[in-house]
Design a protein around this ligand. Structure first.
Ligand code: ADP
Ligand code: MG
Length: 292
C-alpha cells in the first residue's frame, strides 16, 4: 500500500477507541463539558443503558452558531490557546477530541443557545462530514448533546458492552461521583424515561449532607465525622466513617483533589495508616474527602 492520509471519520474512530470505551465514558466527557460551560443544572437522560440514547442538557454558556461546526472538529477547543494556557489549565477538558470522537461512533446532535443570540442552532452529524448543516431550534440558553445508537458502526466495540443494566449502573455510579464533587450543580438522571434521582444544588451544610445521604445513604452520614482542617496551604474537608462502620469492600471511598476524583496509592495508604489501629484486617474505611 502507498502512504495515504486517513479519512476524517476513521481518524476520529481511532481516537474514540481510546476515550469512548463504553456509554459511561461518553457521559463523563459530556458532563465535564457542562462543568466547563459553567452549568448550574444538568439533565442526563439515558435509554437502554446509553446504547440507544444519551442526552445531556445544560444551562451553561452555550456555543455560538459559528463555533458549532468547530466544536465537532478535531483539536478544536475554546479552553486553551497556547502552551502557557496548557501549563495552568483549570478546565476539565482541553484536547478538543471528545465531541468528534463520540460523533464518529454514534449519531450525534448538538444544539446550543448563547445568551446574546436570538435563536438556538442545531447540527447533526455521523462523523463523516466536514461541512455541517445548521438548523434553527427553539432550545433555551445552554447546550444539549444527544447521542444515539452508540457504536452502531463499530461492531467490535458493541460486542464488548455488558447488559443494559450493567452499563446503566456504570453511568449511575459515575454521576454519583460527579455529584459529590459539585454541590453547586443540580443533577437529574433518568433511565428509560424514569427518574432515577434529582439532586438539587446544595449550598448549605444541611443541603450538602442531604445530597450525601441521597447518594450514600443515611447510615453513612450517621456513622461518620465531619472533617475540616487547613494546614500549609492545603485544606481537607469531608466526612470520614467511624471504624465501626467499615466495609468488606473499598466501595465507599471517594477522594477528590481540587474537585477531581482520584484513585491514588499514596492517598489510599495514608488513609489506611490513619485507621490501622482501629480497623480489623480485611475491613475498609468509608470516606468522602476533598483536598484543595
Ligand atoms: P474540549 O472539552 O477538550 O475542549 P470537546 O470535544 O469536549 O473538547 O468540546 C469541544 C468544544 O465544544 C469545547 O472546547 C467547548 O468550546 C464546546 N463545548 C462542548 N460542550 C459544551 C457545552 N456543554 N457547553 C458549552 N460549550 C461546549
Ligand atoms: Mg471536553
Amino acid at each position: 500500500m502507498r502512504v495515504q492520509i486517513l479519512p476524517i471519520q476513521l481518524i476520529n474512530q481511532i481516537a474514540a477507541g481510546e476515550v469512548v470505551e463504553r456509554p459511561s465514558s461518553v457521559v463523563k466527557e459530556l458532563v465535564e463539558n457542562c462543568f466547563d460551560a459553567g452549568a448550574t443544572t444538568i439533565h442526563i437522560d439515558i435509554e437502554h443503558g446509553g446504547t440507544r440514547r444519551i442526552r445531556i442538557r445544560d444551562d451553561g454558556c452555550g456555543i455560538i452558531k459559528e463555533d458549532l461546526p468547530l466544536a465537532l472538529s478535531r483539536h478544536a477547543t475554546s479552553k486553551i490557546a497556547s502552551f502557557e494556557d496548557l501549563e495552568r489549565v483549570a478546565s476539565m477538558g482541553f484536547r478538543g477530541e471528545a465531541l468528534p470522537s463520540i460523533s464518529s461512533v454514534s449519531r450525534l446532535t448538538l444544539i446550543s443557545l448563547v445568551a446574546e443570540a436570538d435563536c438556538a442552532w442545531r447540527v447533526s452529524t455521523d462523523g463523516t462530514e466536514q461541512n455541517f448543516d445548521l438548523q434553527p431550534d427553539p432550545h433555551p440558553q445552554g447546550t444539549t448533546v444527544d447521542v444515539r445508537d452508540l457504536f452502531y458502526n463499530t461492531p467490535a466495540r458493541r460486542k464488548c458492552l455488558k447488559t443494559e443494566k450493567t452499563e446503566f449502573a456504570h453511568i449511575e455510579s459515575l454521576i454519583q461521583k460527579m455529584a459529590l464533587s459539585r454541590f453547586d450543580i443540580t443533577f437529574a438522571l433518568s433511565h428509560n424515561q424514569k427518574e432515577i434521582f434529582h439532586l438539587p444544588l446544595a449550598n448549605t451544610e444541611t443541603e450538602q449532607e442531604q445530597r450525601v445521604v441521597g447518594i450514600l445513604g443515611s447510615a453513612f452520614l450517621e456513622n461518620s465525622l465531619k472533617i475540616d482542617v487547613a494546614s500549609s496551604g492545603l485544606q481537607l474537608t469531608g466526612w470520614v466513617g467511624l471504624p465501626t462502620f467499615s466495609r468488606s469492600q473499598q466501595d465507599m471511598q471517594f477522594f477528590y483533589v481540587n474537585g477531581r476524583l482520584v484513585r491514588d496509592k499514596l492517598i489510599a495508604h495514608a488513609v489506611r495508616q490513619a485507621f490501622q489501629d482501629v480497623l480489623f484486617h480485611g475491613r475498609h474505611p468509608v470516606f468522602v474527602l476533598y483536598l484543595d
